[in-house]
Structures are given as structure tokens and as C-alpha cells.
Design a protein around this ligand. Structure first.
Ligand SMILES: CC(C)(COP(=O)(O)OP(=O)(O)OC[C@H]1O[C@@H](n2cnc3c(N)ncnc32)[C@H](O)[C@@H]1OP(=O)(O)O)[C@@H](O)C(=O)NCCC(=O)NCCS
Length: 221
């Protein structure tokens, strides 16, 4: 996103490749974060359809996706297939579940993986009735530990994670702020939000050596 037009991912550089086998599953104090399964389709449709007003205008996919359980099943199938095609892997959506009840609370994921710099963007959404309980902060802290953790320990082995959002999205910008990530991007009028207009793009980044994967927090500078 913030790359130059001619800055193509050549596959050179660090030459990151996904772990093999590629399984996504980790726990936090309250949550189970795992790859979607086809049996999640009904719950996914319920979570998105009951939260559409709150997801918009920030998650534009919420306008037309997950219109019924079948379309959620289609989405989940593409996420399962993304993990199987290791040569082309660059994106995956991941489910956030209540560890006790198994209820689907939202989604997270790694997107736009660049193999030359071993970097990716993290994203998130939480269903309306589970917001403002620290769920996103908790899941994102552990997502960073998984994404930046070594592959031999079950991590993704990436070197750098970024989080972008519109400056108008006050709830979203609190997540990297609360996690103490480094603010790296402030691009004026670079992020169009329907109903709001051109807003500033904000971005935060963290490197593997800056993140304590056992304490799920940024190391002291
Ligand atoms: C952004 C989102 C994922 C946050 O999920 P969450 O589980 O509620 O997040 P947390 O509870 O961990 O933290 C939310 C923070 O935002 C704050 N917040 C929420 N709404 C707010 C508002 N309208 N104004 C100011 N602060 C707000 C909360 O007070 C909290 O901060 P605090 O802990 O300092 O009090 C959720 O609101 C969401 O799904 N939004 C729609 C989708 C989206 O915007 N995704 C990100 C796209 S970049």
C-alpha cells in the first residue's frame, strides 16, 4: 500500500515462505484464535449480519459479503484454500472465538504479505455486542506474537507487521496505540471513507526484535 509503483515483490530479499504445515491456532486468556472451518459458516453470517452497521464504513466488504450462510461458507473455503497454496499465499482471515463458549466474536488476519521484506498488514473486526471489552487489543497482541514468532515455535516467522487505519476510525486507532506500536505513517487525505470523505491514513509498525512474543507486548525501547 505504501510501496512505490515500481517496487514489485521479486521473491528475492528475505524470501519469506509460509510454514509447513500451515496451521493457525493460538489461545489468549479469553480467546481461541484459529483458522476458519466450514462449520463456522452460520456463525460467521450471524456475526457479520448483526454487525453490518458498525462494520461500515470501515470494512467495505461488509456491504455485499456474507449475505447468507452460503456466502460465508464460500468465504471460509477461500481462507482454507489460501493456507494450502503456499506458493501464492499472501492473505488469510482468521476467526476470534470465545474460549469458553466457542462463540465467534470477530475476525483478524494477515494481509498483503511481502516476501522480500517478510512483512504483512494485520487487520481486525469485532462483532457489535462484543466491542469495548478489550477483545481486539487482546487478540491483536497475540496475533503479533504469532506472526512475528519463529516458525519452529509455531509462528509465521515474519519480520515486520503494520496496521493501517483512517484517522476518523477512533476505535481502530486505539488498538496500535494501546499496544505501544511505533507510529510510522500519517498521509494526508489518502484514505477514502464513504460518507466521511478523504481522511488521513495512519500507520503503525513493529519489528520482530521489538516485540516480546512471550509477554505479548512491545519490548522496552
Ligand atoms: C475497531 C474494533 C475492531 C475495536 O474492537 P474492540 O474489541 O471494541 O477494541 P478494544 O475494546 O480492544 O478497544 C477499543 C478502544 O476504542 C475506544 N473506542 C471505541 N469506540 C470509541 C469512540 N466512538 N470514540 C472514542 N474511543 C472509542 C474504546 O474506549 C477502547 O479504548 P480504551 O481501552 O482506551 O477505552 C471494533 O470497533 C470494530 O470492529 N470496528 C469496525 C471494524 C473496523 O473499524 N476495523 C478496523 C479497520 S482499520
Amino acid at each position: 500500500m505504501t510501496r512505490c509503483a515500481n517496487e514489485t515483490d521479486t521473491g528475492l530479499g528475505l524470501g519469506w515462505t509460509p510454514p509447513d504445515p500451515f496451521v493457525i491456532r493460538f489461545e489468549t486468556p479469553r480467546l481461541l484464535v484459529r483458522g476458519y472451518e466450514l462449520t463456522d459458516a452460520e456463525a460467521m453470517f450471524d456475526a457479520v449480519s448483526s454487525s453490518r452497521e458498525h462494520l461500515l464504513p470501515w470494512m467495505m466488504w461488509a456491504r455485499a459479503a456474507h449475505t447468507d450462510a452460503m456466502s460465508s461458507a464460500h468465504y471460509i473455503t477461500t481462507q482454507i484454500m489460501a493456507l494450502r497454496d503456499r506458493a501464492k499465499f499472501s492473505n488469510v482471515g482468521i476467526g476470534i472465538f470465545n474460549k469458553q463458549t466457542g462463540r465467534l466474536l470477530g475476525g483478524t488476519g494477515v494481509h498483503g504479505v511481502h516476501r522480500d521484506t517478510a512483512s504483512a498488514e494485520a487487520g481486525y473486526w469485532i462483532r457489535t455486542d462484543a466491542t469495548n471489552q478489550g477483545i481486539c487489543t487482546e487478540s491483536t497482541a497475540h496475533l503479533l506474537s504469532w506472526a512475528l514468532g519463529a516458525q519452529v515455535g509455531g509462528g509465521l516467522g515474519l519480520r515486520r507487521i503494520v496496521i493501517y487505519c483512517s484517522a476518523a476510525n477512533v476505535a481502530s486507532r486505539r488498538i496500535p496505540e494501546k499496544l505501544g506500536l511505533r507510529k510510522e505513517v500519517e498521509q494526508r487525505a489518502d484514505y477514502f471513507v464513504p460518507g466521511v470523505g478523504c481522511t488521513d491514513r495512519l500507520g503503525w509498525g513493529v519489528l520482530a526484535e521489538e516485540w516480546d512474543c512471550s509477554q505479548h507486548q512491545r519490548k522496552e525501547p
